[in-house]
Ligand binder design. Sequence first.
Ligand SMILES: NC(=O)c1ccc[n+]([C@@H]2O[C@H](COP(=O)([O-])OP(=O)(O)OC[C@H]3O[C@@H](n4cnc5c(N)ncnc54)[C@H](OP(=O)(O)O)[C@@H]3O)[C@@H](O)[C@H]2O)c1
Length: 287
Amino acid sequence: MARKVIAVVTGSNRGIGAGIVAALAQTKHPKGALVIYATSRAGQKQEIPTQYDNEVRFAKLDISDKPGIKDFLRLIVKEDRAEGGGGNGVEILINNAGINLNRDETYESAEKTIDVNYRGVRDMCQLFLDAGNMKDNSSARIVNVSSTGSKLGIHGKALQERFRSVQTVQDVDALADEYLKLYKEQKLGDSDFGSGNISYQVSKACVNALTNVLAKEYQETGLLINCCCPGWVDTDMGKIVGQPSKSVEHGARIPVRLAIEDIDGVTGEYWSNDGVNDSGHGKVQRW
Ligand SMILES: NC(=O)c1ccc[n+]([C@@H]2O[C@H](COP(=O)([O-])OP(=O)(O)OC[C@H]3O[C@@H](n4cnc5c(N)ncnc54)[C@H](OP(=O)(O)O)[C@@H]3O)[C@@H](O)[C@H]2O)c1
């Protein structure tokens, strides 16, 4: 039986996630036909043209629901075994789902933003590495969709240094927790985080730091974990700050490259184009 290669994309019912699934469905993976789990909170089906025997399956997945992530992983493993896949695990995980509630931010929406954008991505990575067997697959790839908003220049120097020197996932958790504590106590203005509606930015800086920590932790396995900014893309989220120039097809380019193409073994890095309107395939950048 031909080898099936499992890929999972979150938040794929609309926006960049839909663009990523459409692009993967048309991509020839060197190891075999792709089984792409196009996941979303509602799990609704869509018509997606495929090539190279690739297949798209639709599934429900809310990344802020940890038991739900475990159920989803059990489903994948069960389907893989039932189809003679040998339980090789997930080859590609693209953590695309995200929210931006900066516009009318409150403490509650700040907490939700950290919960979905950071803690949800953290739980996805950790559970997929472990129960999803990604840690045992030397060619596995994780791509965390971050944002140019993650750039640390908006924060004080000492905090920038803390983000850059995290050693463990607990260190990243501590940064996220400290941000929310200061927010609740209305002390952000006196801190290195700074004031303003920046929960989206903080959540994405945590994603980059998490990517860096996990890449170091799993360096010896050979699997590659990177994060990226897709650019300013014409989606519901992109439109919050005006009319973006990039299509979802172009927005999918960097995540798909990091998931499939030869990237010279680079891991733990943040990738983007030079400008948010550029439609290239990205390069490693400082964040
Ligand atoms: N668009 C841009 O210009 C831009 C720029 C930089 C970075 N990004 C990043 O790119 C990614 C995709 O953004 P987008 O522009 O495509 O946004 P979007 O159009 O608002 O779509 C967001 C997607 O995330 C899903 N989602 C939200 N919360 C979720 C949860 N708890 N569990 C599972 N899925 C959830 C949404 O599902 P529902 O339909 O169920 O809400 C939707 O599918 C995000 O991580 C975003 O931060 C976007």
